[in-house]
Write a protein that binds this ligand. Sequence first.
Ligand SMILES: [Zn+2]
Ligand SMILES: [Zn+2]
Length: 318
Amino acid sequence: MLVRFWGVRGSLPSPLSTPQVEAKIVDALLGAGGVDLTDRAAVEAYVRSLPLRVRGTYGGNTPCVEVRTAANDLLIFDAGSGIRSLGSALMQTEFGRGQGLAHLFFSHYHWDHLQGFPFFAPAFIPGNRFIVWSVDGRAEDILTRQQEEPTFPVPFAGMGATFEFHSLAPQTAMCDGRVRVTYALLDHPGTAYGYRVEADGTTFVYATDAEYKKIDEEFLAAYGDFFRDADLLLFDAQYSFAESQLDKRDWGHSSAAIGVEIAAHAGVKRLVLFHHDPRTTDDELLGILDSAQQYAALVPGGAACDILLAYEGLEVAL
Ligand SMILES: [Zn+2]
Ligand SMILES: [Zn+2]
């Protein structure tokens, strides 16, 4: 299984500001001593050698994650603004010829997980087929409502591709049995669902937009095997631990520290911190990662878990 990240930011698309870009340019130039700045190839090689926080950004698009199986089955999780870029990439494939098939899942219908859909080019191409899976049966109604006048000029029903809406059972096999999906109800305002995807002998858990008020054996037992032994756990780490427990309690989001606790408890191999807060800068994200890694070293079982920051363009092969 291959997992690709197209949108990793929570709440609202959050492009870099000019002062933030300027600060990155300053950092790059301060490190450029010895580089021949008149030689384009040398400059390009230097830029490629820089860390992501200097040469780019972790990303400002809202959630969209692509999952590919070894048989090239395509599963898409959430349609935040990141799905526009995924759509552009897919248009270079069979989706550009109206021959694509994808399975689409929504964690929930808050706008940051839905707002990119009207800009998803393959949805406008007749012949493409999208199977939309949901637990609550509301996806068709909500996609339709998002594109009603006056908020978007093209109605959902006029998008061109074929959409099939299916209900997820507690365990659902799809893609001719190559993929098995289970779900968990997450604690989030208005509810959200997490998805556990098993394919190719590996497991990916998509669990964004969730709050975990106390982590004890009884609480974790309520999730059963949902997180158990995942090869990759995508986790809502929007807030600091203090925010998640104090002034942003009941806002429906979690922290890297809670992710470490759950990952260590469940034997997760890799934890990816996701749904970054719009306020959090690239440098601050690195601080969150560093703290999470230090904390993992102290938690029983935590040292065995690899911790990553989600960024646009990240690919994780399981
Ligand atoms: Zn969200
Ligand atoms: Zn939400």
